[in-house]
Design a protein around this ligand. Structure first.
Ligand SMILES: NC(=O)c1ccc[n+]([C@@H]2O[C@H](COP(=O)([O-])OP(=O)(O)OC[C@H]3O[C@@H](n4cnc5c(N)ncnc54)[C@H](OP(=O)(O)O)[C@@H]3O)[C@@H](O)[C@H]2O)c1
Length: 286
């Protein structure tokens, strides 16, 4: 029941229709018995400043921020935490009586998903595929943690640019290679963890994988951040050779959980959030 005391959270982005965040956060609020509601707001590119002003005026407690606003929103906040500053992107805003602080729980959620599975990337060799927005958050948090990161991307220039930026901000050397079979074979030969942060394998391209299955092996940890479908071709093939697999749903749920905890100050009901997303996607996890 929405009452006069109900607090508001939400997500700003464009497009926004396909977001899983309202399902996940409203389930959490219900489970916790909190008088909060979470709604999607379609905010077109170029209108993020007005959206932030609206957040203050309407006393919205928290917002998630998604494409295309994660970087553009930063100048309009009062504070940005150190991790988000280094990444150059904010995905979560907390409104404390008109003081807006930005965080990046994509990065901390990714790390948490690994740690929850008992995998600490500290000092490990990690191959990250992709050099887009998600890769930026992931490479930054890994480099901060002391991982040895190699970025492979279809566009080598973009990989080099990201590697240079992350190396400079984290003081930890990150290398860059073109995403091709030879480089993949070489990089994976030394890697302990493989992260797919490209959109390859994402619905509707569910028959695609960014990695030839012959390069996968037992002992490798394969984290595919794509969450639609829940079980990508890469994860299926990695599972078949005995590699350890982590799906994008883990990152999605942990970034949401860590945002929610900042808004309401209590532990997030992670299993409820996870189950509700799986239900809404109409897919089983195997
Ligand atoms: N689980 C989660 O919580 C979570 C969070 C964020 C994102 N994601 C998922 O992560 C994926 C990437 O998101 P993003 O925001 O980083 O997107 P983005 O900024 O658009 O970056 C896309 C990346 O994929 C690469 N790519 C696209 N098509 C490719 C192809 N056919 N072959 C090789 N590389 C290709 C791009 O390479 P170029 O630079 O060469 O174009 C780029 O590196 C999406 O599937 C998204 O849904 C998941």
């Amino acid at each position: 029941m929405i009452s006069g005391a109900t607090r508001l959270c939400g997500i700003i982005g464009d497009p926004i229709e396909h977001t899983m965040s309202p399902v996940m956060h409203n389930a959490a609020f219900r489970k916790l018995g909190l008088d909060y509601v979470y709604v999607p707001f379609r905010v077109p590119k170029g209108e993020v400043e007005q959206a932030v002003r609206g957040m203050r005026a309407l006393n919205i407690r928290g917002l998630n921020v998604t494409i295309p606003h994660k970087t553009a929103v930063m100048p309009f906040l009062d504070e940005v935490d150190a991790t988000a500053e280094k990444i150059g992107a904010v995905n979560t805003i907390v409104n404390d009586d008109g003081v807006l602080t930005g965080y990046n729980t994509d990065a901390t959620g990714f790390l948490r998903a690994l740690l929850e599975r008992g995998i600490d990337p500290e000092w490990k060799s990690v191959v990250v595929l992709g050099a887009g927005g998600a890769s930026r958050a992931i490479c930054s948090v890994l480099a901060e943690r002391g991982s040895k990161v190699v970025i492979l991307n279809r566009s080598l220039e973009r990989a080099r640019g990201l590697a240079g930026e992350v190396s400079a901000s984290c003081g930890n050397e990150v290398s860059a290679l073109a995403l091709d079979g030879l480089n993949l074979a070489r990089a994976l030969g030394e890697a302990e963890v493989l992260v797919n942060a490209t959109s390859v394998g994402m619905s509707p391209g569910v028959d695609e994988s960014p990695v030839d299955a012959r390069l996968l092996r037992p002992g490798l940890v394969v984290f595919d951040i794509v969450y639609s479908p829940l079980r990508t071709r890469l994860l299926r093939e990695a599972g078949e050779v005995g590699a350890e697999t982590i799906g994008g749903l883990d990152m999605l749920v942990w970034q949401g959980a860590m945002a929610l905890e900042k808004w309401v100050g209590v532990e997030a009901p992670v299993e409820t959030m996870r189950a509700e997303v799986v239900r809404a996607m109409g897919e089983g996890e195997d």
